[in-house]
Design a protein around this ligand. Structure first.
Ligand code: ADP
Ligand code: MG
Length: 592
């Protein structure tokens, strides 16, 4: 073959691979252009995960009729004039590649009207070649429709992932830009359905609520704006939010970093954030953090890669230390209260052991670390109360797995019910017991396909994040099956109309949110979703530790537990009670 210069079109198609890899890259580039154009409203409409069409409408400066064709030439930009300008980029774009490359691999229509012009211009291109041009009435701003992306580069189409993945990548970009530009109203629709929108009121926290829902947003700590001198020449200002250690995910994708309004990927800075959470999160879990770094533009090199998603920090090193420090300080500032109470319990225990109070305090709240209190000679039910073991030591027959008839003696630590059985003493964990009771009844009703429901006279509205909304929408039939009648009531809002009679005393919104958040945890992959949800609801509707009960209430709990088929444990497998036989008491008191 002869050596020839490639045609402009072919060169663009080849180059497209670097800038426009998938639908989300189109969204990213066009949203960046809208932001650079000073838009205050940006609407993104995506069809079929962007394969069919992507339309971005903004109310920015618009492109003048005289320049609109130039904008589609390769390396055509209004944002850079001289090589020196590269040293201090203040716009998101500067390479003049996006419009040319997007046009080269799609069928594109642009309608734009510049400020001060009477008409807009409509231009259509196919594979980067102009097809038509005319004037068109239009509001100030720009609307770009990208249809049939990669129609002329089928090889690219093969590399696209599932619709779900492509959609998620688009969501990621849009939500990140909404975070970086809270003063801009964003609206994202997939196949006509709004999946995300921000108000444009300037509050980053409000955007976070829109993304993650109110539950998660409550767990966010605002980072006090700090200005640190990274070195003599490098100053960095850091703001943002860090999640408390109570929220964590199985991957790093919820750590979002922005440098001068640009969402970036940087392994070192991400690692700095993770380091700040050192010892605070379970291993293999990652925090939620949204950090905005502000540096003089001349200290950041954004021209590292065509996608502009990596940056290089001039000066000596990335503001690694500064990031780690501010995040850690934010977490520690929030933590003293918790550390104090943990310490208190510890020292109390030391002072009181062995003693009922110390032993009980340790277990009153949270059972994760529940260990037998061996000093007391108390053993968890299974050693001495194992229904299958023929120990005969305590001389008590249990009659299968059923509990004997018991008499309520009292309550201790507002968490445990003390009862007397035929041959010993029972300490019943009121929360675990009630979870078991609710769960058994609830599952029973569900298996019989007749969950008693209570219609709420006024529905309860619940607002959730877009992903949570997706889940609820998918599971509406299942939710109804387990007694929750829920209706869509706006893009991310649902109305609970009826709840299971069994838990009707509880806040319906809280129960729905509990289910949604539990299924979100990647560790929770229930084989039987309905049963899992019933378990979650039972757990959240049960009497809590810390709740004082009247004798009548305690008697009710005890009687119902006696009637349970499997009274020994709660649905998660934690013991519902500790048993102390008369013989064991006698031993403890040195009588035998
Ligand atoms: P870059 O953003 O790197 O300059 P692009 O190819 O993305 O390159 O855009 C080329 C030029 O077209 C921009 O420099 C800008 O002047 C103009 N432009 C693109 N999109 C818009 C828009 N939405 N509103 C106003 N002007 C735009
Ligand atoms: Mg651009």
């Amino acid at each position: 073959m002869m050596i020839q210069v490639l045609s402009e079109q072919l060169a663009s198609q080849i180059a497209a691979g670097e800038v426009v890899e998938r639908p989300s890259s189109v969204v990213k580039e066009l949203v960046e252009n809208a932001i650079d154009a000073g838009a205050t409203t940006i609407n993104i409409d995506v069809r079929e995960a962007g394969r069919k069409s992507i339309q971005i409408a903004d109310n920015g400066s618009g492109i003048s009729a005289a320049e609109i064709e130039t904008a589609f030439l390769r390396h055509a930009t209004s944002k850079l004039r001289e090589i020196e300008d590269l040293n201090a980029i203040r716009t998101l774009g500067f390479r003049g590649e996006a419009l040319a490359t997007v046009a080269a691999v799609s069928q594109l229509t642009i309608i734009s009207r510049a400020a001060g012009e009477a008409y807009g211009t409509r231009l259509t291109l196919e594979g980067g070649i102009k097809v038509s041009r005319d004037t068109s009435g239009a509001p100030q701003g720009t609307v770009i429709s990208v249809e049939n992306l990669f129609y002329n580069v089928p090889a690219r189409l093969k590399f696209l992932k599932s619709d779900q993945t492509e959609k998620r990548l688009i969501d990621d970009f849009v939500t990140r830009y909404a975070l970086a530009y809270p003063q801009i109203r964003f609206r994202l629709t997939h196949n006509g359905r709004i999946t995300f929108q921000s108000s444009g009121n300037g509050s980053v926290l409000d955007v976070l609520v829109a993304i993650y829902g109110p539950e998660v947003a409550r767990q966010l700590l605002e980072i006090e704006p700090v200005e640190t001198a990274q070195s003599a020449s490098q100053h960095v200002r850091i703001t943002g939010f860090a999640g408390t250690p109570a929220v964590h995910w199985s991957n790093r994708s919820h750590i979002a970093l922005f440098v001068n309004g640009r969402w970036i990927k940087d392994n070192r800075l991400t690692y700095a954030v993770i380091q700040a959470y050192h010892t605070l999160l379970p291993t293999g879990r990652y925090p939620l953090a949204v950090l905005f770094l502000e540096l003089p533009p001349e200290e950041v090199d954004v021209n590292v890669h065509p996608t502009k998603i990596e940056v290089r920090f001039r000066g000596d090193k990335a503001p690694f230390g500064a990031v780690q420090r501010v995040v850690r300080e934010t977490l520690v500032a929030d933590a003293p209260i918790r550390q104090m109470s943990a310490w208190n319990v510890g020292s109390q225990l030391e002072a009181m052991t062995p003693g009922w109070e110390g032993a009980l305090d340790n277990h009153a709240f949270g059972r994760a670390d529940a260990q037998p209190q061996t000093e007391l000679g108390l053993t968890w039910a299974d050693s001495e109360f194992e229904p299958t073991s023929e120990n005969g030591q305590a001389g008590m027959s249990l009659g299968g797995e059923k509990l004997p008839i018991m008499r309520v003696v009292g309550q201790i630590g507002a968490a445990y019910i003390i009862t007397e059985g035929p041959d010993g003493l029972f300490l019943i964990d009121q929360q675990a017991a009630h979870e078991r009771i609710l769960f058994d009844k609830y599952v029973g009703q569900w298996q019989a396909s007749k969950v008693d429901i209570k219609t709420l006279s006024v529905g309860t509205a619940v607002t959730v994040s877009p992903t949570q909304a997706d889940w609820i929408t998918q599971q509406l039939p299942l939710l109804a099956e387990i007694g929750f009648q829920v209706e869509p009531f706006g893009p991310q809002t649902f109305m609970v109309r009826a709840v299971p009679e069994l838990v009707s005393g509880e806040d319906a919104a809280r129960l729905l949110l509990a289910m949604v958040t539990c299924v979100e945890r990647p560790s929770n992959k229930p084989t039987n979703l309905a049963q899992f949800l019933i378990e979650v609801v039972s757990e959240h509707a049960a009497i809590r530790a810390g709740q004082s009960l009247t004798t009548a209430q305690m008697t009710q709990v005890v009687q119902q537990l006696e009637n349970c088929a499997d009274p020994m444990t709660d649905p998660q497998g934690n013991p519902t009670f500790i048993y102390l036989s008369v013989a064991q008491l006698a031993r403890e008191f040195g009588r035998i």
